[in-house]
Design a protein around this ligand. Structure first.
Ligand code: HPA
Length: 273
């Protein structure tokens, strides 16, 4: 754990030494949302491969770079491309960038993801504010010795997704006339999509959407004391009694199409943070 901690410090020192802005907000962008980076006034770009000890993304739809710049008038750090358990990364490797962001002075973390809808009232292309999650991955980034300087051994999980940020996002969506569901995200390991029986089970346990990212990052962020806002783009809807395949191309195409609405919503939320 001492090695992990010094690796985080080395990565943060490398990035921090080159930053010209002091962002307090970071964004981790899921499938199809890389476009935010194009709308940014970019100040510094760090390919993951250049950052000491940083994991490198293997998914084609995820570009791997950390971008610092101004968006919606705010200095932000954007992780374009993230790490998933199904790629073979450990939970602790996935937590690495969050620790680095915290060490760089980030206080608020905004995450987006592509998710399968489980709530039958959802449609492909809808947006969902994540109000809570279920960690069904069987993994935990906090397993092993605790770094007390980073956070408590047994972090509280009564409100992993910040209530104030969620309310601000709901109000902003209303005033921008962007439909926004609220719901529970269940994180699974993947990489296979769910069977019909698994889908029925996930819905019955109280989830509204299912995906293969986010929960490792949010657990780490809560441990680190960050305020978290999470939004899912519903790329497909899984109804166990009328089950249809959800091809990856369609998932990516829907994420990209709905992504522009999410980008607009986030830009308005950012102004108010
Ligand atoms: N299941 C799991 N992850 C996903 C899905 C899904 O249906 N769609 C997008 N990510």
């Amino acid at each position: 754990m001492g090695i992990f901690r010094s690796q985080v410090e080395e990565a943060a020192a490398y990035i921090g030494g080159k930053l010209t802005l002091q962002p307090k907000i970071a964004l981790i962008l899921g499938t199809g949302l890389g476009g935010i980076v194009d709308a940014m006034e970019q100040a510094s770009v760090f390919p993951y491969g250049d950052i000491p000890h940083y994991p490198v993304s293997t998914v084609p739809s995820h570009e791997g770079r950390l971008v610092c710049g101004t968006w919606a008038g705010k200095p932000v750090l954007v992780m374009q491309g993230r790490f998933h358990l199904y790629e073979g990364y450990t939970a602790r490797q996935i937590s690495f960038p969050i620790r680095v962001l915290r060490a760089l002075g980030i206080e608020t973390l905004i995450l987006s993801n592509a998710a399968g809808g489980l709530n039958p009232q959802f449609h492909a292309g809808d947006l969902m504010l994540i109000t809570d999650h279920i960690n069904l991955t069987g993994h935990n980034p906090l397993r092993g010795p605790n770094v007390d300087a980073w956070g408590p051994r047994f972090p509280d999980m009564t409100e992993p997704y910040h209530r104030g940020l969620g309310e601000l996002t709901v109000c902003t969506a209303l005033s921008e006339r962007i439909p926004l569901h609220r719901g529970v995200y269940v994180g699974v390991m993947g990489p296979n999509l769910e069977t019909a029986a698994e889908t029925r089970f996930l819905r019955a346990m109280g989830a509204d959407a299912v995906g293969m990212s986010t929960v490792m990052e949010v657990i780490t962020a809560v441990h680190a004391g960050l305020r978290v806002l999470g939004i899912s783009v519903i790329t497909n809807v899984n109804l166990p009694d009328a089950y249809q395949p959800a091809p990856l191309e369609e998932i990516i195409a829907t994420a990209e199409k709905a992504g522009s609405r999410l980008v607009h919503l986030l830009s308005k939320v950012l102004v108010e943070i």
